[in-house]
Ligand binder design. Structure first.
Ligand SMILES: [Zn+2]
Length: 232
């Protein structure tokens, strides 16, 4: 642990958080934060040509390269693509990690998703944040996580009712973010879906409306809005 503030992004599949939050992650790292990216599954069932085992190995290597480009530390939980269980046992595993890392900012999936793993990852993060914050949940004697802000990433697979609320100016880190995205074969468009084009265009659109070159958007939940209102 260091004294620098900590950001933790939790994605259902390797690549989700690098694509949907990587610019903001790198922007925070450049500002002196430490960053961690948690992959709940490798996303190993997404290849049209490779076996599950071969693609899992490839995704893990790609995740290591992407994390390096963002100055972040990758973490892998041992769950399977398309089979991520939304259980208290998994939430406690995440909460234990949160207690170890003591994040000030947590980034999770928006719940309105076309992918069940993404929706489950959202609920796991919300539950894990709650468990990590309450001292009466005993987790290896680690202290509770207090005052951790929760934000939801702007992922093309999580579009239902997504409402941008917070924007991060990522204009100065576009090259590093692009390098992280293109560490993945899917980020280079090799699956047929032009991931980088979508995310670059998305952040450009947000940037235009915010008066900067590129901005990455995040949603918050109703509870978080209530808390923010109390601070005004
Ligand atoms: Zn995903």
């Amino acid at each position: 642990m260091t004294d620098s503030p900590c950001l933790v992004a939790v994605g259902a599949h390797a690549a989700d958080m690098e694509f949907a939050a990587g610019g903001a992650i790198l922007q925070h790292v450049r500002a002196g934060w430490q960053a961690h990216i948690v992959h709940l599954t490798p996303g190993e069932k997404g290849s049209a040509t490779l076996s599950v085992e071969a693609y899992a190995a490839q995704k893990q290597q790609e995740a290591a390269s992407a994390a390096s480009a963002l100055g972040a530390t990758p973490h892998f939980l041992p769950y399977a693509d398309g089979e991520l269980p939304a259980t208290d046992a998994v939430a406690r595993e995440l909460a234990l990690l949160f207690r170890r890392l003591q994040p000030r900012v947590l980034i999770a999936h928006w719940p309105g998703s076309i992918h069940q793993d993404h929706t489950n990852a959202h609920h796991l993060c919300v539950r894990a944040r709650f468990i990590a914050a309450i001292r009466h949940f005993e987790l290896a004697g680690l202290p509770p996580v207090k005052g951790c802000r929760l934000y939801f990433s702007d992922n093309w697979e999580d579009p239902t009712d997504f409402e941008p609320y917070v924007y991060v100016d990522i204009s100065d880190v576009m090259a590093g973010w692009e390098k992280a995205c293109k560490a993945y074969a899917i980020g280079r468009g090799e699956s047929g879906f032009p991931y980088w084009d979508w995310y670059e265009a998305r952040t450009r659109q947000h940037g235009i409306l915010r008066g900067v070159s590129h901005a990455q958007a995040f949603g918050i939940d109703a509870t978080e809005k209530f808390r923010m209102q109390q601070l005004l």
